[in-house]
Design a protein around this ligand. Structure first.
Ligand SMILES: [Zn+2]
Length: 250
């Protein structure tokens, strides 16, 4: 999972979505909104197809699912499920791209606590604040927060809902990407000092799963070659962290 920069929709598309939302709101007020049928019909229209295209651009050239980072991002996902939040069915900020499996697992789930979502929206927050990667198993798990001496609630919930700690194919893919990224840093460390721009490019190209944020803002900074890079070349580390955080990982 990686932090994703949300792009703006073309103005005409944004306005068309606003009109669709206003129509849906009016129907709902009159007691006659069929959420599934309305979405199914809208799904075939140009504004929604355009929105899907922008989501695919946001997801990067691999067009991976914004939740698991592993499978193809097949369709539009409503962060707040449309069945329970029909007032956000056509709201751009509520739309993400996800794979069939994540869509199926999430369904209408949307755990909340004290009025705050416990799901992670990768276009609004850095997922690695809440999540951790376990190189030994390839699983994505909740991040342990020493400040509260507990695992983050958001991390715990999203891992449970999307079963991020029990998807074998995803875990194998993440482990492979992890090994590849470690290898890129190991080779760069043979040059002294490593070139930050070349390394940033090599890392982005090798990051099939949106794992880079874990090394630069999560516990991945303790993995051996990354720890050596940070210790021995702090300026290169800083420059890399800056470029990696500011761009989509792919
Ligand atoms: Zn997925």
């Amino acid at each position: 999972m990686q932090r994703i920069q949300r792009l703006d929709l073309p103005l005409a598309t944004q306005q068309a979505l606003d009109r669709k939302q206003a129509n849906a709101d009016a129907k709902r007020a009159a007691g006659g909104l069929n959420v599934e049928a309305t979405w199914k019909a809208a799904r075939q229209t140009k504004p929604i197809k355009t929105a899907l295209g922008v989501l695919q651009t946001m997801a990067g050239k691999r067009q991976r699912c914004m939740y698991c980072g592993d499978s193809h991002g097949a369709d539009i996902e409503h962060f707040r499920p449309k069945r329970h939040h029909p007032d956000r069915m056509f709201r751009w900020l509520n739309l993400l791209l996800c794979c069939t499996e994540c869509g199926r697992l999430k369904g209408d789930s949307f755990p909340m606590a004290d009025g705050m979502p416990l799901m992670v929206d990768p276009t609004a927050e850095n997922p690695w604040q809440f999540l951790d990667f376990d190189p030994a198993t390839g699983n994505i798990v909740a991040r342990f927060d020493p400040a509260t001496n507990d695992w983050t609630r958001k991390g715990t919930e999203i891992v449970k809902v999307l079963q991020l700690d029990g998807r074998e194919a995803m875990a194998a893919g993440l482990q492979q990407t992890h090994r590849r990224l470690m290898g890129r840093v190991e080779s760069a460390l043979k040059d002294s000092p490593p070139d930050a721009i070349t390394l940033a490019q090599a890392l982005r190209e090798a990051d099939d799963h949106g794992l880079l944020g874990w090394y630069f803002s999560g516990s991945g900074q303790h993995e051996k070659p990354f720890a050596s890079l940070r210790k021995n070349h702090p300026d290169v580390w800083q420059r890399l962290a800056g470029t990696i955080q500011s761009k989509n990982g792919s």
